[in-house]
Design a protein around this ligand. Structure first.
Ligand code: B1M
Length: 219
């Protein structure tokens, strides 16, 4: 696809909350052969800008809600276009948004991309208490645990989950714990005690692949 003007157009349409135009642009871009991951990136950038406008007091909560709904519907159009690039295996990822946090768009996107790359994903949803994470880790023995959280207040519950998991005997621990969300960083990873951090979905997928590189299911 030669014309890149559509990218800025899509970002602007989402930033301006033009629901129908966004969905139309997404459809057109995909039909014209745009890389679905680039379409996702543009939608994510639009939503990020809505967040900035909200922070500056130019948008209100309703705008965040609307951006979320536009993003969800755009993902419904994009996800079927994401190619399965790796055969399915038995690598299991347990995902969830931590307690007190109901943001789920990033988590859902990571989950969709992981499935496209052959991972089996168990999604616990949002506002998941630490004890529930522990219960599911014990019950399902996932290879990787992904903790999503977008609020700065999510770091405490992330740390609680990690602390609970670290107490398990080594053979029952996941091979890696990843934290994800727009405001995570190396410092937050250290604070929380997780193994890795990711601020975008493909990075999350690559980390899971990296964690699983010595296991047979991705051979
Ligand atoms: Co909220 N919100 N929000 N919000 N919201 C933020 C996070 C905020 C930064 C906006 C702002 O002020 N600029 C701010 C947090 C400030 C802070 O804590 N420092 C904020 C606030 C304040 C709030 C409320 C408190 C507002 C209020 O009620 N007054 C409230 C909190 C509710 C709660 O959780 N208890 C709230 C509510 C909401 C909505 C429900 C309206 C809506 C969410 C809808 C939904 O998720 N279904 C919403 C939205 C849309 C946003 C912004 C605008 C966009 C978030 C988003 O979905 N981005 C956001 C601003 C921003 O992030 N800049 C904001 C798109 C998504 C694809 O990206 O989530 O970063 P992201 O996910 C990425 C990576 O982080 C990574 O990959 C994903 C895909 O690329 N990743 C992982 C995520 N999880 C991973 C797990 C992994 C790996 C990678 O494991 C393997």
């Amino acid at each position: 696809m030669q014309d890149v003007a559509w990218q800025e157009r899509l970002v602007t349409q989402l930033t301006e909350l033009q629901f129908r135009d966004v969905l139309q642009q997404v459809r057109e871009s995909l039909e014209a052969g745009a890389d679905p991951l680039v379409v996702v990136e543009m939608c994510q950038e639009g939503v990020r800008r809505v967040g900035e406008l909200y922070e500056r007091g130019e948008y209100f909560l309703a705008a965040l809600i609307m951006a979320g709904e536009i993003f969800r519907q755009a993902m419904d159009l994009i996800v079927p276009h994401l190619a399965v690039t790796t055969p399915g295996g038995d690598c299991r990822v347990l995902l969830g948004t931590v307690q007190g946090d109901i943001h789920d768009m990033g988590k859902n996107l990571v989950g969709a991309l992981l499935r496209c790359h052959g991972f089996s994903v168990q999604d616990l949803g949002v506002d998941v208490p630490p004890a529930e994470f522990l219960k599911q880790v014990e019950a399902t023995q996932p290879d990787v645990v992904g903790l999503s959280g977008l609020l700065t207040t999510s770091f405490g519950p992330m740390r609680d989950v990690v602390n609970l998991i670290r107490v398990l005997p080594p053979e029952r621990q996941p091979k890696g714990i990843i934290i994800g969300g727009a405001s995570v960083s190396e410092q937050v990873r250290e604070l929380v005690g997780a193994d890795f951090w990711a601020t975008d979905a493909m990075h999350g997928v690559r980390l899971c692949q990296q964690i699983m590189k010595y296991t047979p299911c991705l051979d």
